[in-house]
Design a protein around this ligand. Structure first.
Ligand code: GDP
Ligand code: IMO
Ligand code: MG
Length: 425
């Protein structure tokens, strides 16, 4: 298998964790390249369920090397907790996990600032995960961040952390908010330094050396294309670039070393948090999708907004990511929905439009134009190859592939690792 970037083509939660776990069966290295613990990537193997926030989804496969690339913002306390939880469940993590020394760190003052920004926005709030992601990336861009390299120099780390925390606390007092308890926060950080410091290294060097040795590397994206800070439904987006091009920067590899791009999409659409969502269903069918798909956030537990598959938005996402193939997940959730609708265009102010506009205010005015396809009205959860899919399910997938201009390479019909099959070209 070629080195492959996996990214979400919608608004996140497409099933990236599951697909990464599946394809990592034949890979050597998995690198997360952006986001932070706003992500929640679920992997289910038999009765075991794992929700990964910072640790790459390859960790469940023995012997796979896992790397947190420089593009990720790392909450040290959250990461140490995740390592500990997996180790307690019998998965040795420390000996095969690396953290880029260039990763920016997320601290309690970032969480608090995230909350403050949301409060200030009132009814226009982004609906963030409140994991401090935006403020941490903001500190990185304004050159005020603290990077993982300082975990190896505890005295300097403490000095820098305290100085930054005090500066934030001044802002919080001005806003009439409780300051961050610097002593408590430092004690928690000091506790995790010995766990994390030995894992900090130059991961760009490590990944490029792996590639030169002929290892297969998987690049794991978080969030989804429509949450990308440049291309998503701004400002209702996350604070990093989520599209495949970001893998090069966030992992430290040149484009010439990336072989394939796999785009992951649900057979319908979900979104969590605020912002425009043209194919959203607020009535009975939306509730049915939420119930059938168990659409509740893996990180925050919030109910996800559900809607029909948006072929227009996904086609644009295929273009931005350069997806060579699609992994279509959660097909089983549509098993008893008939008819099924797919968005093939929009009407804005009475005119037909074939692209999702860039301006969120304009997206809010989009009325979707739907094509109707017949449902298959039977269970697909036990299907393990293309030939065994009901004809109407095949027709649905083939129609999606045509509309978004990328072939279906993987189909997922349930949360378990085994409920997946590859589609040969
Ligand atoms: P990610 O953030 O893209 O990794 O996706 P999440 O893990 O947040 O959300 C996907 C959810 O759908 C998880 O609960 C998965 O266990 C589940 N899931 C993944 N693929 C399938 C599928 O094909 N069918 C069903 N029913 N559930 C799936
Ligand atoms: P995975 O990797 C779905 C959403 C939040 C909010 C916006 C900004 O599991 O697919 P942030 O906390 O990043 O500042 O929030 O982005 N969001 C996600 N939605 N899946 C995710 O990750 C998300 N990470 C952030 O709900 O709308
Ligand atoms: Mg998720």
């Amino acid at each position: 298998m070629a080195n492959t970037v996996l990214t979400g083509l919608q608004w996140g939660d497409e099933g990236k964790g599951k697909i990464i776990d599946v394809i990592t069966e034949t890979a050597d290295v998995v690198v997360r390249f952006q986001g932070g613990c706003n992500a929640g990537h679920t992997v289910e193997v038999g009765a075991d369920k794992f929700i990964l926030h910072l640790i790459p989804s390859g960790i469940i496969r023995p012997d796979v090397e896992c790397i947190i690339g420089n593009g990720v913002v790392v909450d040290p306390v959250a990461l140490a907790g995740e390592i500990q939880e997996l180790e307690e469940r019998g998965y040795p993590v420390s000996r095969r996990l690396s953290i880029s020394s260039r990763c920016h760190l997320v601290f309690p003052y970032h969480h608090q600032m995230d909350g403050l920004s949301e409060t200030r926005l009132g009814s226009n709030k982004i609906g963030t995960t409140k994991r401090g992601i935006g403020p941490a990336y903001a500190d990185k861009a304004r050159r005020q961040g603290i990077r993982a390299e300082l975990l190896r120099d505890k005295d300097e780390f403490e000095k820098r952390f305290r100085a930054c925390a005090e500066e934030y606390n001044r802002l919080f007092s001005q806003a009439g908010m409780e300051p961050v308890d610097v002593e408590k926060a430092w004690r928690e950080l000091a506790d995790v330094v010995p766990i994390l410091a030995p894992l900090v290294r130059d991961t760009a060097l490590q990944v490029n050396q792996s590639i030169a040795r002929g290892d297969t590397v998987i690049f794991e994206g978080a969030q989804g294309t429509w949450l990308d800070v440049d291309y998503g439904t701004y400002p209702y987006v996350t604070s990093s670039n989520t599209i495949s091009g970001s893998a090069c920067v966030g992992a430290g590899v040149p484009p010439s070393n990336v072989g394939n791009v796999m785009g992951i999409a649900k057979a319908y659409t979900t979104r969590v948090g605020s912002g425009p969502f043209p194919t959203e269903l607020t009535g009975e069918t939306g509730n049915l999708l939420r119930d059938q798909g168990q659409e509740y956030g893996a990180t925050t537990g919030r109910p996800r907004r559900c809607g029909w598959f948006d072929a227009v938005a996904t086609k644009y996402a295929v273009m931005l990511n350069g997806a060579d193939g699609l992994a279509v997940t959660k097909l089983d959730v549509l098993d008893h929905i008939d008819p099924i609708r797919v968005c093939i265009g929009y009407r804005i102010n009475g005119e037909n439009v074939e692209e999702l506009p860039a301006d969120s205010r304009e997206i809010e005015t989009c009325e979707p134009i739907y094509e109707e396809l017949p449902g298959w009205n039977c269970s697909t959860g036990g299907v393990r190859c293309w030939a065994d899919l009901p004809d109407k399910a095949k027709a649905y997938l083939e129609r999606i592939a045509t509309l978004v201009d990328a072939p279906v390479s993987i189909v997922s019909v349930g949360a378990d690792r085994a409920q997946t099959f590859f589609v040969s070209g």
